[in-house]
Design a protein around this ligand. Structure first.
Ligand SMILES: Cc1cc2nc3c(=O)[nH]c(=O)nc-3n(C[C@H](O)[C@H](O)[C@H](O)COP(=O)(O)OP(=O)(O)OC[C@H]3O[C@@H](n4cnc5c(N)ncnc54)[C@H](O)[C@@H]3O)c2cc1C
Ligand code: SF4
Length: 346
């Protein structure tokens, strides 16, 4: 048996890559920088996932169990790779703690960083307690605490969800669509209505991008839960000391709007991982000009990077869903196996 494959990052993509490699008879070392596996859905306490409706802790939890219960996978948490030298089939990774790992290949599954809403100050996050993010509402639901206004602990009766916070916004250097936040917001609006049936929920959007089959969640949110969608340009979020006030323009009727809410939710986007400059220099891989890890070959070799023998999968490449991250993790595993086989004498 050859040296273990190296998987970096223990989110959905990394868990999938590690499982695929071990399931095809290989040893794996998975290095995760935090103390727990699961990536964003576990670290950020997501509630029910789209599109499956499964609780994140169950869906991702079973992926974690499959990896931690596999004797062919060694999981190292609280560690990062500090250097990565050598050639395809024969690399040496050195961890920050000093341990070295000989490996034929590495798969980078290092994911993304949630957009920090303080970088959009005119929309009130960090200034008004009742302006929160989708991540925070996910945590309110998954923790069982329930959806409450942070200012007074009461259930909100009017909620606005603002889309594209930290995405599709050239002014703050984030041109990309984060792909999943329209669907997550439609799902969240339904969850709010289910928990608080007399709460009015409005979604303020530029465009709705509930792509593919996710369009069903958009229609269900309107037809089953009476969520209201307003096409608007939001200028600012202020407060009168109690309510948070959304100001902007309704772009369908071309009229200014000033509307009070009990709670405003930022549908935050997916930034490149803040570690990407370091990851790029340690692994010798190029970054896309927006800061994600650059794919070298879209169709021929799944997950190829600019360095032969180093592959990438999931939200490290750009905003991605969980199911696509899982598929890319398995795909990159196949690419790594194919590369090693091509290097091995018959
Ligand atoms: C609010 C919100 C809700 C969402 N809800 C859904 C949903 O319902 N359904 C859905 O399909 N998608 C959802 N997504 C998207 C989902 O979070 C991503 O698709 C998914 O997390 C990508 O998995 P990943 O493994 O590629 O990356 P991540 O989940 O980001 O995992 C990356 C892992 O790598 C680790 N890591 C990072 N840097 C290093 C390093 N240098 N060394 C070692 N380890 C490192 C991280 O700690 C992390 O554990 C949501 C996104 C947001 C923002
Ligand atoms: S998925 Fe929707 S909310 Fe997210 S960036 Fe794209 S258009 Fe905006």
């Amino acid at each position: 048996m050859s040296d273990p494959f190296l998987v970096v990052g223990g989110g959905p993509a990394g868990l999938s890559a590690a499982h695929a490699l071990a399931a095809s008879g290989n040893k794996v070392v998975l290095v995760e920088k935090t103390d727990i596996l699961g990536g964003a859905p576990i670290h950020s306490g997501y509630a029910k996932l789209v599109p499956s409706g499964e609780w994140a802790k169950d869906a991702i939890g079973s992926m974690i169990d499959r990896v931690t219960g596999n004797p062919d996978i060694e999981v190292i948490t609280g560690e990062v790779v500090q250097s990565f030298e050598g050639a395809p089939g024969n690399f040496t990774a050195t961890l920050k703690g000093g341990r070295t790992i000989k490996t034929p290949s590495a798969i980078l599954c290092t994911g993304f960083t949630h957009f920090d809403s303080v970088n959009k100050p005119e929309w009130g996050f960090g200034r008004f307690p009742d302006v929160v993010t989708t991540s925070q509402v996910e945590q309110m639901i998954s923790s069982g605490a329930g959806i409450k206004r942070p200012s007074n602990g009461e259930q909100p009766k009017r909620v606005a969800i603002l889309l594209c916070v930290g995405s599709r916004d050239r002014q703050i250097g984030r041109e990309w669509c984060s792909k999943i936040c329209c669907t997550v917001s439609a799902k969240m609006a339904m969850e709010i209505r289910e928990e608080i049936p007399d709460c009015h929920v409005y979604i303020y959007y530029m465009d709705i991008r509930t792509f593919g089959l996710y369009e069903e969640i958009y229609w269900n949110s309107q037809e089953q839960q009476k969520v209201k969608y307003i096409k608007a340009r939001i200028a600012e979020v202020t407060s009168d000391g109690d309510k948070v006030i959304v100001k902007g323009e309704d772009t369908l009727v071309k009229r200014p709007i000033t509307i009070p809410f009990d709670m405003v939710v930022h549908a935050i986007g997916m930034d490149p991982n803040v570690d990407n400059m370091t990851i790029s220099s340690v692994f010798g891989v190029d970054l896309h000009h927006w800061g994600y890890v650059k794919r070298e070959n879209t169709y021929g070799v799944m997950g190829a990077t600019s360095r032969e023998g180093v592959f990438v999968a999931g939200a490290a490449i750009g905003p991605e869903t969980i199911d696509d991250s899982v598929a890319q993790g398995a795909g990159a595993a196949m690419s790594a196996l194919g590369m090693l086989r091509a290097l091995t004498p018959a």
